[in-house]
Design a protein around this ligand. Structure first.
Ligand SMILES: [Zn+2]
Length: 78
């Protein structure tokens, strides 16, 4: 059994390991590199980290955009 790395594991959805290997016998882990045993995933570790960082930056940016939007709405309503 191989443990893959998946940055955003979602039990409701099909597994998407970062190395893109497809097999129903694989287990996935999110952000626990200690338990990742897939060589391909480990090789992509730097890439995966950069990807997660980039994604999180975008999420934060989106959230800031939301806050700005709410503030604007509030100003308009009052
Ligand atoms: Zn893998």
């Amino acid at each position: 059994m191989v443990t893959h790395y998946e940055p955003y594991a979602d039990s409701e959805e099909e597994a998407h390991p970062f190395c893109r290997t497809k097999s129903s016998e694989n287990t996935l882990t999110d952000n626990h590199w200690d338990s990742v045993s897939c060589k391909k995933c480990l090789k992509l570790k730097d890439k995966a980290k950069a990807y997660v960082e980039e994604t999180e930056k975008h999420i934060l940016k989106d959230m800031q955009g939301m806050v700005d939007f709410w503030k604007k709405e509030k100003t308009l309503q009052s």
